[in-house]
Ligand binder design. Structure first.
Ligand SMILES: [Zn+2]
Length: 425
């Protein structure tokens, strides 16, 4: 049992009145055993948290772990240009071992920057799942699906085998079906995916309305973007929809009746020139909005603090209203809303007794962000990687003072990644 003594805790617990308080937290094995003032029970180890902040582990609700290989490759390219002329070309040269190493690199980056849960949307196989297990991160895992070549059925069968083989492996890993998008999957293929998702009660994680040209294609194949979800039965599953930029108010009125979350990926949308999502409009319809980084190829990095820092600013800019959204709304998106989107809100997303011990400790004493006048704004806008002094996942401290504790050899990993780059570029 570990006692975190005298921390300033941002619980994100909706039942608490204060946004943050001086509290003690006790973890026991993989769970949060106690949250409250002046703990006087037993413990094995105490960590003095005077002047430290503890927040729930961050939830990155849309990323592509294996795409660390593509970091900064999308400059000056639109989404389709980048997919067709860069990523899919390089992917055709990548091996299972390459995906393992690239996924491991992303997991290390996520853990060091305070992310405890990722929703991956990429090549899922026995090597990538091993990377995730070795890193110790919590993951909504998948094998991404498309049938705009002749490998569609193979991808779906591979996912089914993967799911059946690994579904009971670890409390840290859950599964989702992941069609790439409505424009890279045929109607029949999407129906098969919906059927499997319903049968096993799995969420469906998909790109949706990311670009205007994508919506044009959907409108040619279906009556409209809502009909596309209805006629493929996707709508009856728990849907995690990445992007959602091009959904109008009438369409949101229809979507709000279903179990749908929109994952906002602001940096990626800007990098690829896709647009700016008006998330205020979506939140006003009471649709759950959470935050993702997308892959490092289109968003530079998987540091959720970097991605959080622009969310409210974009909305203030497009509405020309400084009061349209606040920092706490953004932190909700990166924590409890992400947990709700992934179907994990009973386990993670806030600091509450009996939830999983996924905790992040921050040291905000750095001179460059001094003085602290508004804690929540500091967390959302001013945290860099050096200030993330601890990441605990499932009760295990995996980042201690900015160093990984999981015995991964970072220099060897970088060497191996460089060898892949030389071969596939
Ligand atoms: Zn994506």
């Amino acid at each position: 049992m570990i006692l975190f003594k005298d921390a300033t805790v941002v619980t994100m617990d909706e039942k608490r009145k204060e946004q943050y308080e001086k509290l003690d937290i006790v973890t026991k094995d993989d769970i949060i055993y106690y949250v409250g003032k002046n703990y006087n029970g037993k413990y094995d180890k105490v960590i003095d948290c005077t002047n430290k902040i503890i927040i729930p582990g961050l939830v990155n609700a849309h990323t592509h772990l294996g795409m660390s290989i593509f970091r900064n490759t999308s400059d000056n390219m639109s989404l389709l240009d980048w997919l067709e002329n860069k990523t899919w070309v390089i992917e055709s040269k990548m091996t299972d071992d390459d995906y393992y190493l690239a996924s491991l690199l992303s997991c290390c980056e996520a853990i060091l920057t305070g992310t405890t849960t990722v929703a991956d949307h990429y090549v899922g196989n026995n090597t990538t799942i091993n990377a995730i297990k070795e890193s110790g991160i919590r993951c909504l895992f998948t094998n991404f699906l498309r049938d705009n070549d002749n490998l569609g059925n193979k991808r779906l069968n591979d996912f089914k085998s993967l799911y059946k083989e690994h579904k009971n492996d670890s409390d840290l890993i859950s599964f989702a079906l992941a069609p790439h998008s409505l424009y890279t999957c045929s109607k029949n293929y999407l129906k098969k995916i919906s059927y499997f998702a319903s049968k096993y009660n799995l969420p469906v994680h998909m790109h949706y309305c990311e670009t205007a040209s994508e919506v044009d294609i959907i409108n040619k194949n279906y009556k409209n973007i809502i009909d596309a979800l209805i006629s493929t039965d996707l709508i009856n599953n728990k849907l995690i929809l990445a992007h959602g930029i091009y959904i109008n108010k009438k369409e949101l009125d229809k979507l709000k009746n279903y179990d749908i979350s929109i994952v906002h990926n602001p940096i990626s949308n800007l990098v690829l020139g896709s647009g700016i999502c008006d998330i205020k409009k979506i939140i006003d319809k009471k649709i759950n909005v959470c935050l993702g980084t997308d892959g490092a190829g289109s968003s530079f990095n998987l540091n959720m603090f970097y991605h959080m820092s622009i969310v409210d600013l974009l909305q203030k800019g497009i509405y020309k209203n400084a009061n349209i959204m606040n920092s706490y709304d953004v932190l909700k998106m990166a924590t409890i809303n992400g947990a709700k989107a992934l179907g994990l809100a009973q386990k993670i997303g806030s600091i509450e007794e009996n939830k999983k011990a996924d905790l992040v400790m921050l040291d905000l004493s750095d001179i460059t962000i001094y003085p602290e006048n508004n804690l929540i704004s500091q967390i959302v806008h001013n945290v860099n990687r050096n200030m993330v002094v601890m990441t605990m996942i499932n009760g295990k401290i995996l980042n201690k003072n900015g160093k990984l504790t999981n015995n991964l050899n970072i220099n060897k990993l970088k060497y191996e990644i460089n060898k892949i780059i030389e071969r596939v570029k």
